[in-house]
Design a protein around this ligand. Structure first.
Ligand SMILES: C[S@@+](CC[C@H](N)C(=O)[O-])C[C@H]1O[C@@H](n2cnc3c(N)ncnc32)[C@H](O)[C@@H]1O
Length: 425
């Protein structure tokens, strides 16, 4: 990490191999459920190591946009207390599941009970006729009825306050795209008319086996028990925040991922919403949160303002430009709340990527650095990392599918790791 002076430009930040990849293989528990823009787990452990080298006594860690709980699980594995928050209920389900402690025997017992129920339950076609219209859109009658049988079998086999309910609902959630007409690996909700969705029990069974392998691998760390607390809330609306030694987080990107839309199958099946669109509310970076934004009365720092002005000059103050303005205002509020969460000498470390829209550079890293400075962070340092692994391949084809073809549209190929200290002398 190189120190950033006021006069340094973003171009002076260099790529450091240490943030690019890790020799150690990621724990299987990290991949029990896919999650858009999940970052590699080693970034979290590398961040703890870096903070400790810099003299921070990291006992308690927070991730204000904790997503599927990557930082949470690494904090647990490194024997640190953790506090996390995410507005997306599906994220919190995955994060809680990954951070609970399960026994193989008990998981297997529940699995057998669910299986028995699943294969003996009869459901009538009326269930499909009366189903949520959105679920009818995504699922064939046969697959819908199988998912319903599975959900009911899970709910009947495990009581509400039992941590195994989360585990099996998480497994169920992870197979929904495969069992539906959802275009495989698409970053936009899109039907694949040629798809033959796989058998529901086959998918569930396969995923349960993966989950069992993940438990077997991670069980040896269960003795290092520390507090792990994760809540499903809008971070900007939380009034009582904990004090921590370190924040490690990757903020949402602007208008790239509509988390509510991408998780609509899970939200509908798990009864998080009658209409998944209601879950867009408050989600930072969403295109749907910008109706009332006026440039005159949205507080922005100089970098945020200059990006929005550039966009406005090219595009007018259209919906997307309003969403960018709202996004920067939200990120500024989030960073000011982070400043209040840190103990004296504490460190915040963020991973962000720049992007481009209609020829205007969306300078997220520079904006974040400006937010940190304006909120009293000092000793700012930064590094750049290459995103080169297969999952995060930076190219997308016309349909929005990931592609390794370098002639396709490039999205993010590098991202920045930026740290700052609070009240650091
Ligand atoms: C880049 S992702 C974080 C991914 C995470 N690092 C992981 O490995 O899974 C950003 C997250 O911010 C969440 N988010 C967006 N707006 C939020 C808000 N107002 N409050 C809390 N979380 C929010 C999204 O739901 C998403 O999970």
């Amino acid at each position: 990490m190189i120190g950033l002076k006021e006069s340094d430009t973003i171009e002076s930040i260099i790529i450091e191999n240490a943030w690019n990849f890790s020799q150690e293989k990621e724990k299987l528990m990290h991949s029990i459920h896919s999650y858009p823009a999940k970052f590699p787990a080693f970034i979290a452990s590398k961040a703890f190591e870096y903070a400790e080298e810099e003299g921070v006594d990291v006992q308690c860690v927070a991730d204000i946009f904790c997503g599927c709980g990557t930082v949470a699980l690494e904090a647990k594995l490194h024997s640190k207390h953790f506090w996390g928050c995410d507005i997306n209920p599906v994220a919190i389900l995955i994060a809680k599941t990954k951070n609970s402690e399960y026994s193989i025997e008990k998981f297997n017992d529940y699995y057998q009970e669910i299986k028995k129920r699943f294969f003996s339950m009869d459901l009538s076609d009326v269930q499909y006729e009366n189903a949520n219209i959105r679920l009818q859109y995504w699922f064939s009658r046969e697959r819908f009825l199988d998912v319903l049988r599975l959900k009911r079998s899970v709910m009947m086999s495990i009581s509400k306050d039992d941590i195994y309910l989360n585990a099996f609902l998480c497994v169920l959630s992870s197979i929904l795209k495969g069992a539906s007409r959802w275009l495989t690996k698409s970053i936009k909700p899109q039907v694949d008319p040629d798809k033959s969705p796989k058998d529901v029990w086959y998918l569930f069974d396969r995923q349960c086996q993966k989950f069992l392998q993940a438990i077997a691998q991670i069980q040896q760390y269960y003795y290092q028990h520390k507090d792990v607390n994760m809540i499903c809330k809008n971070f900007l609306e939380i009034t009582k925040l904990p004090k921590v030694d370190m924040i490690v987080s990757s903020p949402p990107y602007v208008t790239s991922y509509e988390y509510a839309d991408l998780h609509q199958l899970s939200s509908l099946w798990l009864d998080y919403a009658e209409d998944y669109r209601t879950l867009r509310q408050g989600s930072i970076g969403s295109l749907y949160n910008s109706e009332e934004v006026q440039l005159e009365n949205i507080p922005l720092n100089p970098v945020g303002l200059s990006i929005v002005q550039d966009l406005k000059n090219k595009q007018g103050f259209n919906r997307k430009v309003r969403a960018v303005a709202r996004y920067y205002a939200d990120i500024e509020r989030a960073i000011s709340k982070c400043a209040k969460m840190l103990n004296t000498g504490g460190m915040a470390l963020f991973v962000v990527g720049d992007t481009e829209y209609k020829g205007v550079k969306i300078r997220n890293a520079e904006h974040l650095i400006c937010c940190l400075r304006e909120n009293g962070f000092s000793n700012l340092k930064a590094s750049k990392r290459k995103i080169s692994n297969k999952l995060l391949t930076p190219y997308r084809d016309k349909e929005g599918r990931f592609s390794s073809d370098k002639r396709q549209r490039e999205i993010y190929h590098e991202e920045f790791v930026i740290s700052g200290r609070m009240d650091f002398q």
